[in-house]
Design a protein around this ligand. Structure first.
Ligand code: FAD
Length: 310
């Protein structure tokens, strides 16, 4: 195409969470030219959702994810790589290692590191988008004060749902925890505390069918198919914690993915396509951690460096 700008890099990194940041740092460390694409306005990914302390990343504790993110940003401040924020590719041809942006720019790169991470799973029911921020809340820790004296519903059966139930029960008038199965995945200590909490009620085998209200959230329609029971529960706030899914839609059919859509990689973070690597949460469903993201970014770049020079 005429007027198209072609640019070349050793490595294109897609996603600017911890794994992408670590990959960029290691590219500079090993003298590889790198392009980092991040769709959001700032780097950090999930770290920006973490409002609790992070005490388990060896080398640095932090009051919250943003503080740790800032430590990482200071560390890459003077590193040499090209950063494009608010940028998503329009098309990626993994086999040719070509990445086209929405305008006229097309990048030809020698290798790609996919570090697109995960997103929170949605219920996909009526009202979910409409009441986002108008009753549907994002974080128990951050919004505990805002739900003081209110009726809260939490959906989910894992650690995140149970931990948030305990946090929100400190201020809310009443908390209902609804889970679509009979059993919970949450750790035993959380389950015991929730079961014994005077302000928390648990509904099992219960699914959300509809989220409703006027200007703000007012009620949630629930169904227990086993008991053939439907009910409309009046609530002021709703927190959804039903797990996460990988950001891999654009790579489906182009790379080997597991049954849940996570990218399959070998011990060098190499995917099923030569020259295409993947790092941390997007390829690591069992052990998503800050340390894992730092480590997989480093591993991917070391492997790329070896591959390009062998
Ligand atoms: C509440 C919470 C608490 C946590 N607590 C801890 C803890 O205590 N200790 C610990 O070790 N870990 C913790 N974690 C997990 C840890 O934060 C993650 O494992 C880690 O941050 C994952 O980094 P990542 O780079 O793989 O992915 P992400 O952080 O998900 O980053 C992916 C990035 O890619 C971008 N992106 C996606 N698609 C595209 C695209 N097409 N183009 C461009 N950019 C794209 C996204 O915008 C995002 O910035 C916690 C996570 C959460 C949510």
């Amino acid at each position: 195409m005429l007027n198209q700008v072609h640019r070349k890099f050793d490595v294109a990194i897609i996603g600017g969470g911890v794994a992408g940041i670590s990959t960029a740092l290691w590219c500079d460390e090993l003298g590889l030219s790198a392009l980092l694409l991040e769709k959001n306005a700032e780097l950090g990914g999930q770290l920006l959702w973490v409002h609790n302390e992070i005490k388990n990343h060896l080398g640095r504790e932090a009051e919250n994810g943003r503080e740790l993110r800032d430590v990482f940003l200071r560390q890459i401040e003077n590193r040499n790589f090209e950063l494009r924020l608010r940028t998503q590719f329009a098309e990626v041809e993994l086999e040719k290692r070509a990445i086209a942006l929405a305008g006229k720019t097309k990048f030809f790169v020698r290798s790609i590191v996919i570090a697109t991470g995960i997103r929170r799973r949605k219920l996909n029911v009526e009202g979910e988008d409409e009441f986002q921020g108008r009753g549907i809340i994002e974080s128990g820790k951050q919004q505990a004060a805002a739900v003081a004296g209110q009726k809260v519903l939490i959906v989910g059966g894992g650690d995140a749902a149970f931990e948030n139930a305990l946090i929100l029960a400190e201020t809310a008038a009443h908390v209902t925890l609804a889970h679509r199965r009979k059993d919970f995945r949450a750790r035993r200590e959380f389950i015991e505390q929730v079961e014994n909490h005077r302000k928390i009620e648990i509904l099992t085998e219960t699914a959300v069918r509809k989220i409703a209200g006027g200007g703000r959230l007012e009620s949630v329609e629930l169904e227990n198919p086993a008991a053939q029971k439907r009910q409309v529960l009046p609530v002021d706030a709703l927190l959804i914690r039903i797990g996460v899914e990988p950001n891999t839609a654009e790579f489906r059919g182009k790379l080997a993915l597991d049954k849940n859509g996570y990218i399959e990689v070998d011990r060098n973070c190499q995917t099923s396509l030569e020259g295409v690597f993947a790092a941390c949460d997007v390829a690591n469903p069992l052990a998503p951690t800050v340390s894992g993201a730092v480590g997989m970014g480093a591993t991917a770049v070391k492997a790329i460096h070896y591959w390009l020079n062998s």
